[in-house]
Design a protein around this ligand. Structure first.
Ligand SMILES: [Zn+2]
Ligand SMILES: [Zn+2]
Length: 299
């Protein structure tokens, strides 16, 4: 049965792509050890990055059921049901990748999504294969919000989920400094170089390279940046801790603090839905005045 072949092949492809961890992580550990950088501090950061795997595994079944349930509900409303074949799988994969671009862009540009979920992936000050594991369990529940249009176009929910799995698994190998630039891939596909840029916190690299597998979406929508200067990782305001609880809630705490200080309901709304750098005008003015006063007293 061809549909079974397509789905099982995609499933195996995802498993193989995700398993690059077992090849690259030992290479990274040896390289870090040789450079004298594999100290206790680094080990703690790597363990902190691996820690979100526990809640993800514990909630995986519910997240998958939520996504599957939402896609199935929408698929039943679809005017046509597309057969699962290699042709529809390729089209579905490209569309999953396109929706992922917007899912990921919202993860960075909508404060609520950033604070509750995606900031977890970006808060490590170091970059290696364990960073690929540093993903909030909340991500699995948000997926239903972004990928339902494929079910209403007629793609089978199982195909959408399989393509999503491959697209996410592909990204594991990107989290490494052991692979430099790849000239023939970098302009078009997501690569370690492109993704290092995405994780970098300096101004020129912020909000760049959102693509999952293809870089064409970043090129089309003006968010592509090549790696042309060394990258610094982590959040612009570091979380300053590496215990698993803080890794998960650091940005959420900051959001709650800012919401409590919001001068109006309109500001509360904007804090939730605008970019993470946005602050109410009154708060921005107070911060600027305090900054000026500190500068004046230090002069
Ligand atoms: Zn990101
Ligand atoms: Zn990443």
């Amino acid at each position: 049965m061809p549909s079974l072949d397509v789905l099982s092949t995609l499933e195996w492809l995802g498993i193989v792509l995700g398993a690059t961890l077992v090849v690259l992580l030992p290479i990274e550990l040896v390289a870090l050890h040789r450079r004298g950088k594999l100290d206790w501090e680094r080990a703690r950061e790597m363990l902190a990055s691996a820690s979100p795997v526990v809640p993800t595994l514990l909630t995986e079944g519910v997240a998958l059921a939520t996504l599957g349930g939402a896609l199935t509900f929408v698929h039943e409303l679809a005017p046509v049901a597309l057969p699962t074949s290699w042709a529809t799988a390729v089209i579905c994969f490209v569309l999953v990748d396109f929706l992922y671009y917007w899912d990921h862009r919202c993860g960075h540009r909508v404060r609520l999504y950033w604070a509750v979920s995606h900031s977890v992936h970006h808060s490590s000050p170091v970059y290696d294969q364990t960073t690929g594991l540093r993903v909030s369990f909340v991500d699995g529940f948000v997926a239903a919000v972004f990928y339902w249009p494929l079910a209403i176009l007629g793609f089978e929910p199982t195909l959408v989920i399989a393509c999503f799995f491959v697209m996410v698994a592909y990204q594991q190998w990107l989290h490494t400094e052991s692979i430099g630039k790849i000239a023939w891939m970098d302009p078009w596909l997501n690569t370690p170089s492109n993704h290092r840029v995405h994780h970098a916190s300096q101004e020129r690299y912020i909000d760049k390279n959102y693509g999952g597998v293809l870089m064409i979406w970043d090129r089309l929508f003006g968010t592509y940046a090549a790696e042309d200067e060394p990258t610094r990782y982590g959040l612009t305001v570091p979380i300053g801790a590496c215990d698993p609880w803080t890794v998960h809630v650091a940005e959420l705490r900051r959001l709650i603090r800012d919401l409590r200080r919001a001068p109006s309901l309109g500001d509360t709304w904007s804090l939730l839905w605008r970019g993470p750098e946005w602050a109410p005008a009154r708060v921005t003015a107070t911060a600027a005045r305090e900054h000026d006063e500190r500068g004046a007293s230090g002069a």
